[in-house]
Design a protein around this ligand. Sequence first.
Ligand code: HEM
Length: 138
Amino acid sequence: MKKDITAIEDIQLLVDTFYDKAVKDPQLGHIFNDVAKVNWEHHLPIMYKFWASVLLGETGYTGNPMDAHFRLNEKIPLTHEAFNSWKNIFMETVDEFFEGPTANEAKKKAVSIADLMFYKIHNYDQSAGVNIGKVRRD
Ligand code: HEM
């Protein structure tokens, strides 16, 4: 029986393993390595805080994920295929190590944030300069 996600160490294992796979993925690798040229020492602690806030209710993440990906999408279009790979790798990594209510929540949240992100990015009306996809789902 695998354990559930309960502590920051679990989040770190999930995030570290996810990015190990993502940087090698044909859909995603070049985005992290060549386009964003991610500084991992900077990015990984942000991602630990992000997922700790989503899954463990911790405070500490203060960024804006939607804005970050809007900016990224201006450098390289974030396609449906790229989002599918992102979601598949995330699901696979959760299932590799964890099971339980929080593990399920992690998968549900990842998919809903990814789908909302894709929707917002692709419903941005360039000509009007407004984001017609800005809908509240809460
Ligand atoms: C095609 C899908 C995606 C790609 C290629 C992608 C790529 C990236 C890149 C390159 C960064 C910037 C790293 C840096 O600081 O240099 C970033 C930041 C981030 N990503 Fe993604 N991402 C994707 C989807 C997602 C999804 C679905 C989520 C959430 C469920 C997410 C959460 C975040 C967060 C929280 C940050 C940090 C933003 C901040 O600076 O506060 N990403 N992503």
